[in-house]
Design a protein around this ligand. Sequence first.
Ligand code: PLP
Length: 285
Amino acid sequence: MSRIAYVNGRYVPHGQAVVHIEDRGYQLADGVYEVWALFGGRLVDADGHFERLGRSLTELRIRPPMTRRALEIVLAETVRRNRVREGLVYLQVTRGTARRDHAFPNPAPPPSVVVTAKAVDWAAADARAAVGASVVTTPENRWGRCDIKTIGLLPNVLAKQAARERGAIEAWFVDDLGLVTEGASSNAWIVDKDGVLRTRDTNANILRGVTRRAVFELVAREGLTLSEAPFSPEDAKAAREAFITGAGSLVTPIVAIDGVPIGNGRPGPVATRLRALYVQNARAL
Ligand code: PLP
């Protein structure tokens, strides 16, 4: 099946999907993105991702390229044309194409919009999650506005590559205070030695993960205790469990940090349960 991408008003074969060389996303990383998990042909946590998209655009003063309703139609049509029912949907909006200059072009060009959809075998992902994954820690070296989901991801790219070269799936950034902020493409969690679920608070320089927020609700429903208290890599290594959340990783148990096994070195019961509930909810949409 050939893939189809949406690019600035047209549905085009993936191999021919291009933007202009002076697109500000290409030249200056002047844009934002969103990623939705897709289960049974439906977007998971749709509202949270649309709301964050609106916020990211507002923060960068990029005008919304179209209404939410219109965007929903484009996402749905891209999904339909790719015949994907299980996977990930990617949306990117940049400030548009203009003669290269750091300051905003005036008048503002139309924002550029790209949408792609790719298949993911969630059952295979479940099987990998049942084994658990590893993370490595790395010094925080990103800019001060990680709350905006921008396409400027070079520190994340380098951290992820370093993780991969060390046999890990994710890198956890550690700030100047010696505390974990988040992963290169996910939020970081532990179940501490008292059984309290901990993840970094959103006053810190992190992305306000939509999956993180959805997991808050599951945590409350399960009667578990949550604290947005920061933790260090040492706290994490002494924790009962660790896990990550994100549209791509859903809830994925972490069984080793910097090569140190967490708990008994197998996925913990809390992370395993939260993943099962999250997937169950996604399938019930
Ligand atoms: N943190 C970072 C840096 C991310 O890139 C992502 C997802 O891509 C997340 C956290 C998780 O966010 P969400 O749950 O909204 O996918």
